[in-house]
Design a protein around this ligand. Structure first.
Ligand code: S3P
Length: 184
């Protein structure tokens, strides 16, 4: 089974993806990083040069490529947990095309539902690499997060499991996954 971590920018997807991958000894792919390597451009450059619709198209293709790739890489790492790999998605991945339905069909989707204040605090520190928010002031960013979360929640809410505690430990996270796996 492949685990897809979803959630808003700054919700902690990369942090937990790394922790889960290390703890479970399974490969991790960060979707943005995969796209950057494939295109030999940063996400910011892709947005600037190709525009967001092209990025969204690349993202939908990438999720399927990464999934297929992880399945072929798992022979010697197959673990008792039968979690074969972790994919850390971009914040918008579930909200475009059929991505959310596709991920729900092919793996276990987990939404990290971090509070808006925490997202704001984290994004203020690292917004340069995120083209959607790079130029916003703190107040604009606060409004952006609130509005986008409203728009995106219907997609995020389709996740098969939700992490509501943004400070959950890796052990607790794994317990949540084990529990969720029994249902899907
Ligand atoms: C985006 C989130 C980013 C990246 C791109 C667009 C979004 O990923 O895919 O900048 O639409 O929320 P992270 O959530 O990993 O920052």
């Amino acid at each position: 089974m492949i685990v897809f971590l979803i959630g808003f920018m700054g919700s902690g997807k990369s942090f937990y993806a790394k922790g889960l991958s290390e703890f479970l000894h399974v490969p991790l792919v960060d979707l943005d990083q995969f796209i950057e390597e494939e295109q030999a451009m940063s996400i910011t450059e892709i947005f600037e040069k190709m525009g967001e619709p092209s990025f969204r198209a690349l993202e939908s293709v990438a999720i399927k490529q990464v999934y297929a790739d992880l399945l072929t890489r798992t022979t010697e790492t197959t673990h008792i947990n039968d979690i074969l790999g972790i994919i850390s998605c971009g914040g918008g991945t579930p909200c475009f095309n059929d991505n959310m339905e596709w991920m729900n069909k092919h793996g276990l989707t987990i939404w990290i539902n971090a509070p808006e204040e925490i997202i704001l605090e984290r994004l203020m520190k690292e917004k340069e690499t995120r083209p959607l928010v790079a130029s916003l002031t703190e107040e604009e960013l606060r409004g952006f997060i609130h509005q986008k979360l409203l728009e995106r929640k219907p997609y995020y809410e389709k996740a098969q499991s939700v992490i509501a505690n943004h400070q959950i430990t890796i052990h607790e996270f794994i317990n949540t996954i084990q529990h969720a796996k029994n249902f899907f």
